[in-house]
Design a protein around this ligand. Structure first.
Ligand SMILES: *[C@@H]1O[C@H](CO)[C@@H](O)[C@H](O)[C@H]1NC(C)=O
Ligand SMILES: *[C@@H]1O[C@H](CO)[C@@H](O)[C@H](O)[C@H]1NC(C)=O
Ligand SMILES: *[C@@H]1O[C@H](CO)[C@@H](O)[C@H](O)[C@H]1NC(C)=O
Ligand SMILES: *[C@@H]1O[C@H](CO)[C@@H](O)[C@H](O)[C@H]1NC(C)=O
Ligand SMILES: *[C@@H]1O[C@H](CO)[C@@H](O)[C@H](O)[C@H]1NC(C)=O
Ligand SMILES: *[C@@H]1O[C@H](CO)[C@@H](O)[C@H](O)[C@H]1NC(C)=O
Ligand SMILES: *[C@@H]1O[C@H](CO)[C@@H](O)[C@H](O)[C@H]1NC(C)=O
Ligand SMILES: *[C@@H]1O[C@H](CO)[C@@H](O)[C@H](O)[C@H]1NC(C)=O
Ligand SMILES: *[C@@H]1O[C@H](CO)[C@@H](O)[C@H](O)[C@H]1NC(C)=O
Ligand SMILES: *[C@@H]1O[C@H](CO)[C@@H](O)[C@H](O)[C@H]1NC(C)=O
Ligand SMILES: *[C@@H]1O[C@H](CO)[C@@H](O)[C@H](O)[C@H]1NC(C)=O
Ligand SMILES: *[C@@H]1O[C@H](CO)[C@@H](O)[C@H](O)[C@H]1NC(C)=O
Length: 594
């Protein structure tokens, strides 16, 4: 008995449609990662300490994906503490279940496995991941996260000859538990012990300043080529100035948006920010060159040790880098230059992003704002005898039951809606208070920085438009200065001391999304909240259902089974087994000669 070719084709089509309807993203390829998170001993600044490694690597491996890929990361927690990995800047569309923050996920207990699965939907660009709880980021556990353009979408520049991830960040020789203790004890962390570049200490550019025996990072390049450098500030709380001796940095992308392409001799990269530069290796390689990341807006004499130095080595180099480091901007007390530089970072409105149509067709400047929040931070205060930081007078306490789980299982009182729209004038208080976002609304958030240090703010789940920043207090009149045309869309923005930054957000992603300061000490002490965005019409299209491997905690602890090996290894959400079976069947049928 034989089916005709047409019958086969019809049958295949039917099966294919059936499988695709089970998991809408199934047509997109999967990338798999297995992350064993554990302590290893390293001495990046010459002092042995326990750092958090992934698969024995510090920093962790780069996740390399392409727009719309399904990313599966099996995380094995070999630490002695609970763990969550957060995918900073990855929008987790419809799935705050995978965002890896205490407001959205129960933490992975020590010795447990948990598998993240999400789609990098409609995104391109340079991001990174890090452990989001227990101050663990101060001990490592971070790595780059790349989303490449699909082949059909051209890059707004020639294909680079290489793609290099550079993680820079301030570093303490004390580990995260010791640092946590200091903060809990009401202390300030003080000056960092150094800056690491890709997990390594400074090149010995000065024998007095840098002790012997410290391993440094070397980036080897060929002459006459163009490299894409993806630079991320993964540090705790220090704004860094990034520069490469004798080279220009052509800025091309930041956190998922292609920028107007401009050369910089140095760029300020604030905590949590990511940038792509094109580096043309056009120098004569008479020597190697310094790559520098140094603390910004500090007294250089006092902060000399807070300087990361790596080496750019040409394959035809004639000698070692020598002499003084390239100069940083000389403006410790005047942040105008830095702010002007930030304002110069604009969106290339004609470049394609994740989609072929120009992103610039989204005219954010003509959309009416539905919700306005003025969020003001303050220096740390004591609340009930504990050091805390606040936003609008509220110091955030994480819910014991994550926000959307509490919603799904009708847990009452897990959190409070109605985060204040303006700074509260009364006594500061601790609260699990979150923002009631309007689904499909358009939100304006003004971040007002009342401390003496630059702070950066990050929003999960979205890229927001940076429309303005200036010194002084924001007023309604400040709107007259907004950039309504080519403000950059990104996920992490700096707010200068005594200044404001205004952002616009199109609330089209359903879930609970973290809005926080990236300065880890201030974040740890309470400077964060969540925006809860809910589609009043309940369906599984605008938000995925609770994943079947969801962990339970807080009021829902009773639902948590002891770690179940089959569950821990279940990598695909509902319908997956059937889907897999169907796909295998289709594959089998396709391989039958017709
Ligand atoms: C962190 O440092 C403290 C104090 O030095 C030490 O007691 C603790 O064992 C360290 N923890 C880890 C995980 O290395
Ligand atoms: C990422 O993967 C793509 C496709 O496999 C490959 O061409 C590219 O070189 C990789 N990029 C990095 C930085 O590893
Ligand atoms: C090394 O640094 C010290 C302290 O800043 C300085 O006095 C000295 O001149 C530097 N040495 C060189 C070779 O630059
Ligand atoms: C940036 O600088 C490089 C030299 O380092 C030069 O070739 C290029 O034309 C400059 N590009 C822009 C857009 O200024
Ligand atoms: C090129 O190399 C020579 C030494 O080989 C050096 O003297 C000269 O300054 C270099 N020129 C540039 C532009 O770097
Ligand atoms: C920087 O610190 C040094 C050493 O404490 C001090 O002598 C100098 O005056 C300071 N510079 C400025 C600009 O404050
Ligand atoms: C903007 O992107 C286009 C590609 O769409 C590119 O040709 C152009 O050079 C870019 N413009 C600037 C100013 O970077
Ligand atoms: C914005 O609001 C104004 C007045 O409230 C109204 O005239 C206009 O049509 C609105 N624009 C859009 C795009 O909704
Ligand atoms: C939250 O906002 C929605 C409109 O977006 C409104 O219907 C609802 O009443 C608000 N809930 C609270 C508790 O404020
Ligand atoms: C903090 O706010 C107070 C009151 O508005 C203001 O007087 C002060 O200058 C602000 N400080 C900074 C650094 O913004
Ligand atoms: C959403 O999906 C869940 C699990 O797959 C299912 O139990 C629920 O009925 C669905 N809800 C709607 C409104 O379709
Ligand atoms: C954890 O993951 C590893 C690697 O995927 C697997 O071998 C192991 O069985 C898993 N452990 C549990 C308890 O699921």
């Amino acid at each position: 008995m034989g089916f005709s070719r047409r019958t086969w084709d019809a049958l295949l089509l039917l099966l294919l449609n059936l499988s695709l309807s089970l998991l809408c993203s199934a047509e997109d390829p999967f990338v798999f990662y297995d992350f064993k998170v554990s302590y290893i001993t390293a001495s990046p600044l010459g002092v042995p300490q326990q750092v958090i490694a992934i698969n024995g690597q510090f920093p962790g491996p780069v996740i390399n994906s392409t727009t719309n890929n399904n990313v599966v990361v099996n995380v094995r927690n070999k630490l002695d503490e609970s763990l969550l990995l957060h995918w900073s800047g990855i929008q987790q569309r419809r799935s705050s279940w995978q965002d890896g923050l205490l407001g959205t996920n129960c933490p992975i207990p020590p010795k447990w496995n948990w598998t993240y699965q999400f789609q990098v939907k409609d995104q391109i660009g340079s991001f990174y991941y890090f452990p989001s709880t227990n101050f663990q980021k101060a001990s490592g556990g971070f790595g780059g996260f790349i989303i490449n353009n699909r082949d059909i979408i051209p890059l707004p520049f020639g294909t680079p000859d290489g793609d290099i991830t550079i993680l820079i960040g301030d570093w303490y020789t004390k580990n995260h538990t010791a640092l946590r203790k200091e903060l809990n004890g009401g202390k300030d962390l003080g000056m960092p012990d150094g800056v690491l570049i890709n997990g390594k200490g400074p090149y010995r550019y000065n024998t007095t300043l840098v002790p012997d025996g410290i391993e440094h990072e070397t980036i080897t390049v060929h002459p006459g080529k163009t490299y894409r450098l993806r630079v991320h500030n993964v540090g705790i709380s220090t704004s860094l100035n990034f520069r490469i001796q004798s080279h220009n940095l052509l800025l091309v992308e930041t956190e998922g948006s292609y920028t107007v392409q401009q050369n910089y001799t140095s760029l300020d990269i604030h905590v949590g920010q990511s940038y792509s530069f094109l580096l043309t290796t056009d120098q004569n390689a008479s020597t190697d060159y310094y790559i520098v990341a140094s603390a910004r807006f500090v007294n250089e004499t006092v902060w000399q040790r807070v300087t990361g130095v790596a080496i750019l080595h040409y394959t035809n180099s004639k000698g070692k880098a020598s002499g003084p480091l390239p100069d940083p901007p000389q403006d410790q007390f005047d942040k105008t230059y830095s702010m002007n530089q930030a304002r110069s970072i604009r969106w290339n409105v004609t470049a394609s992003g994740a989609r072929p149509n120009p992103q610039g067709s989204f005219h954010y400047g003509s959309i009416n704002v539905t919700d306005i929040y003025v969020l003001k931070n303050k220096p740390p205060v004591s609340i009930d005898g504990k050091q805390r930081t606040t936003l609008n007078g509220i110091s955030f306490i994480n819910p014991t039951t994550p926000i959307r789980l509490a919603d799904q299982y009708k847990v009452k009182g897990a959190y409070k809606l109605g985060f204040p729209m303006k700074p509260l004038t009364g006594a500061p208080k601790t609260e699990t208070s979150i923002i009631n976002g309007t689904y499909k609304g358009f939100m304006e958030v003004i971040l007002q920085n009342n401390v003496t240090k630059v702070q950066s703010y990050h929003l999960s789940g979205y890229a927001f438009f940076v429309v303005g920043m200036d010194f002084g207090e924001w007023t309604e009149n400040s709107r007259g200065t907004y950039n309504k045309w080519d403000g950059i869309a990104r996920a992490t923005v700096q707010v200068y001391p005594g200044a404001w930054t205004a952002i616009l957000i199109s609330l089209d992603n359903v879930g609970a999304w973290n809005l926080r300061t990236e300065n880890l000490d201030s974040w740890y002490l309470g400077q964060e909240t969540y925006i809860r965005v809910i589609n009043p019409e309940v369906n599984n299209k605008t938000e995925f259902p609770v994943p079947d491997n969801a962990l339970f905690c807080g009021a829902l602890s009773h639902l948590q089974k002891p770690e179940d090996i089959s569950m821990a290894n279940t990598i695909v959400s509902p319908g997956s087994t059937l889907l897999f079976a169907l796909l295998m069947l289709i594959y089998a049928l396709l391989s039958v000669p017709r």
